[in-house]
Write a protein that binds this ligand. Structure first.
Ligand code: OFO
Length: 164
């Protein structure tokens, strides 16, 4: 059974994850508009990951006999100044999401909600992975930033990302 405060916070996190999916889909569209189909694919896969994260929260609330409340998803940015700026925002977004997961852990501890604290451990680990993936991408883009030929080559490399 979830306390109301915990249920509300988990519902907000569903929204954060759905917004993440929206943001990465928007980045995918931006990369498509630049002709960078590899980056577009990477972001589309990331967007699908976020939907899975949202569904984990959804299913957990249901499992705990709580009520899922879907909130409005805010409009994401549609374009960025450069490839570098886009991947920088992807990384910063993951750091932000990590902070939201930590807030949920803090709340579960404050409420003595062991089940939710345990459930959130998957996300604590997942965020390490999420930050690393976007940080690696950011570093690669930094390396090739001013070299169009190298960027096109990188586009082909990142297109190898597979869905989990
Ligand atoms: Fe759901 O981890 Fe990224 O945002």
């Amino acid at each position: 059974m979830l306390e109301r405060e915990m249920e509300d916070a988990l519902n907000k996190q569903i929204n954060e994850e759905l917004y993440s999916a929206y943001l990465y889909l928007s980045m995918s569209a931006y990369f498509e508009s630049l002709g960078l189909s590899g980056f577009a694919k990477w972001m589309k896969i990331q967007s699908k990951e976020e939907l899975k994260h949202a569904m984990k929260f959804f299913d957990y609330i249901v499992l705990q006999n709580g009520t899922v409340k879907l909130l409005p998803i805010k409009e994401p940015v549609h374009s960025w100044d450069s490839v570098l700026r886009a991947v920088e925002s992807a990384y910063q977004h993951e750091v932000y999401i990590t902070s939201k997961i930590y807030e949920l852990v803090d709340l579960s501890q404050k409420l003595g909600d062991k089940a939710t604290e345990n459930f959130l451990q998957w996300f604590v680990e997942e965020q390490v992975e999420e930050e690393k993936n976007s940080y690696d991408l950011l570093n690669k883009v930094k390396m090739v930033e001013k070299n169009v030929a190298a960027l096109i080559q990188l586009d082909s490399i990142v297109s190898n990302r597979k869905e989990d």
